[in-house]
Design a protein around this ligand. Sequence first.
Ligand SMILES: *Cc1c(COP(=O)(O)O)cnc(C)c1O
Length: 471
Amino acid sequence: MDRDAFRQFGYRFVDWVVDYFDRLDEFPVKSLVSPGDIRRRLPESPPLRAEPMERIFRDFEEIVLPGMTHWQHPLWFAYFPANNSPPSILAELLTAGMGAQCMVWQTSPAAAELEEVVMEWLQKMLRLPEGMVGVIQDTASTATLVALLSAREKTTGFQTNIKGMKGRLTAYASEETHSSIEKGVKIAGYGIENLRHILTDENFAMIPEKLEEAIVEDKSKGLRPACVVATVGTTSSTAVDPLDPIGKICERHGVWLHVDAAFSGTAAILPEKRWMIDGIERVDSFVFNPHKWMLTNFDCSAYFVKDPETLVRTFEIHPEYLKTGVDAEVKNFRDWGIQLGRRFRALKLWFVLRSYGVEGLQKMVREHIRMAEMFKGWVENHGQFEIMAPVTVSLVCFRLNDGRSEEELNELNKIFLGKLNQTGKLLLTHTTLRGKYVLRLAVAARLTEERHVQEAWGMIKSTAEDLLKKE
Ligand SMILES: *Cc1c(COP(=O)(O)O)cnc(C)c1O
């Protein structure tokens, strides 16, 4: 590709993205293709000869686009969002242009120092304790694995790295914890049999007394409790595990406390939601995802630790070919996690924080919470729906309930969700809470406005009426 073509297509693609945001409602939110549909349209072997960008782009529009699910759609209410934003996209373009590796300070000094600065900004925005230090990881899953590994090393006096696992370490999380904790426990060598799922209360939050019982029992059996993972904003219902009492228990028993706040952590930038991380000064590590609810393109996960020494001791390496003269004066982020090569992720976050300002981000989060509360009110005031969990931020868990048996309700709600999503006009996902099939409506996409939530409610009501009439 010559430089003129690069320039020409560069301009065209920016136009394409701008128009894409404008015409998102022309697409079904969830791709309607069947397994194999896209593959069948792609050649089996790579082209021998160079192809013009015009043709590649045409295939992108004709083959790839129909197979995309549109995460930036204003009627995106599924899972949690993966928001992007114009400043973040532009920063990603610059990052791609420079194509830098940010493994040590010297390989990109500005990347290393900007990462320190934006992490300090986030720390101030969430009012995390002084002394907590941040590093950007790719995902919350990775950050949690890093925490489990740090906890493992701290508990075993940094000997597992040297000798391999001896004895049994145990980890603890609520029964509502994210699947990434199980994955981390497997990879970090604890073994899934040594992960305890702690009972939750009526709000789906971990019961601290049950945690302490489990730790005491494991200790009495000669096992070594190493890590508790508390969740601030569970994936099913955004339940908030109480950090203060959990933190006290961890201090009493010398157990690492990690907090997974992947989605809900962003809400802590609001004074009125800061309570969710009360007790954070007792926490050893904390992660939340700017790539979910802070307008920063995937991937960008903010990981904070109380004691960076432990983190670095767990991960540091000293190969000759990576030694530099300034290692004692600077942060080499290769030693702060699993990867050696690292993307320049701080740039997009910096662009976002500056373009929106703290107030702009607070305004967005508040507005999402307001719309979720509004939706909750509509659901509560409708005779045939039911709210299934407290709305702590902007996720509403609800179901259709016309009084039939639990088993039949599960079946009914599954059909109901299928019919809703089949319209292609909106997308919700589901979960189960205590065995009950529940619809989740997460109001957190950048482009979602009140009229979109109203539109969704209209479709939810009419689909429910049709379904109940037919039966
Ligand atoms: C989304 C989510 C995760 C996983 O985040 P990734 O960054 O995709 O790894 C983990 N925990 C919770 C509570 C989540 O909501």
